[in-house]
Design a protein around this ligand. Structure first.
Ligand code: SAM
Length: 290
């Protein structure tokens, strides 16, 4: 079947169906064949795979995914677009369009115990981070996620310690997955063109979380504190944000992992943060450290 791969085709569908591009919903539609194929290839989809697509728009990726996968669930928030998409994809018996806000939708109702679910999404940029965190934190059985996001966000997700892009979101993703930038995509590949450059990132979800932490909530509080005040030393940032731990105990947690007292959070990798968390949790409330 012929796929959509030109601005003219997209404009024609929009006009015929009385649709407008909703900027607020991140409706920048990809039309460039080269990048569409590259995204599908990055997904490594096979006939055994169930794929969840987030934000299918007019289905430029949806039909291409359906030709390689067993089943595609496409979750689209815009009711008018979802209805047009149902018509566009009516020849495919393995595509199901779900007219929902992905942030309010329980993805586990689709996976239903199945393993190796893949996610592919050209994400609306205004909610990239909440969508990624929702998928990683709430959805079991996800094998990989291929997402098109703003290039700056892609750099943050894949940053290394001690770089300006390294932050709490880098560690939150690193906890769940291996993240790699596959390629960048110029604004001219979309209609209308977005104001920013984009990048496609692949997250290969780990079978087991990257590090063992005794208290996940505390782990992420420590990370948030470290990067919320990134110019401060970790000792000062933590004693401000986590007052239940004395400065002495925080200093001791650093000497336990052989790092200097004046270290900043941005210099530490996820293993170091997990050790600090586990040490603080273990010694929480002990008399000698109060
Ligand atoms: N997949 C298409 C493509 O590659 O051209 C469209 C991508 S466009 C960047 C993002 C799509 O996500 C739009 O169709 C938009 O309506 C939809 N969208 C925005 N917010 C959403 C949400 N919260 N849940 C589901 N879909 C959403």
């Amino acid at each position: 079947m012929a796929h959509i791969n030109s601005p003219a085709q997209i404009k024609k569908i929009m006009t015929e169906n009385d649709l407008i591009f909703h900027k607020g919903l991140g409706q920048n539609f990809l039309f460039d064949e080269h990048y569409l194929s590259a995204i599908i290839d990055a997904g490594s989809i096979s006939k055994d795979d169930t794929v969840i697509e987030i934000g299918p728009g007019l289905g430029v990726l949806t039909t291409r995914i359906a030709e390689r996968a067993k089943k595609v669930y496409a979750i689209e928030i815009d009711t008018k677009i979802a209805n047009v998409l149902k018509k566009i994809t009516s020849d495919y018996n393995n595509i199901q369009i779900i007219n929902e806000d992905v942030l309010k939708f329980d993805l586990n109702t689709l996976t239903n115990g199945q393993k190796n679910i893949k996610i592919i999404a050209n994400l609306p940029y205004y909610i990239t981070t909440p969508i990624i965190m929702k998928i990683l934190e709430e959805t079991i059985n996800i094998n990989s996620i291929v997402i098109m996001i703003q290039k700056e966000v892609a750099q943050r997700l894949t940053a290394k310690a001690n770089s300006k892009d390294y932050g709490a979101i880098t560690l939150a993703v690193d906890y769940h997955a291996d993240a790699n930038i596959m390629f960048t995509v110029p604004a001219g590949a979309f209609i209308p063109p977005p104001k920013v450059e984009s990048a496609v990132v692949k997250l290969n979800v780990l079978d087991k979380k990257r590090v063992d932490v005794s208290d996940e909530k505390l782990f992420f509080r420590i990370i948030k504190a470290a990067f919320g005040q990134r110019r401060k030393t970790l000792v000062n940032a933590l004693s401000n944000s986590c007052p239940e731990f004395s400065k002495d105990l925080i200093k001791l947690s650093l000497s336990e992992i052989c790092v200097q007292e004046n270290i900043r959070g941005e210099a530490l990798n996820i293993e170091a943060f997990s050790k600090i968390c586990n040490f603080l949790q273990k010694n929480r409330g002990k008399k000698e450290f109060i």
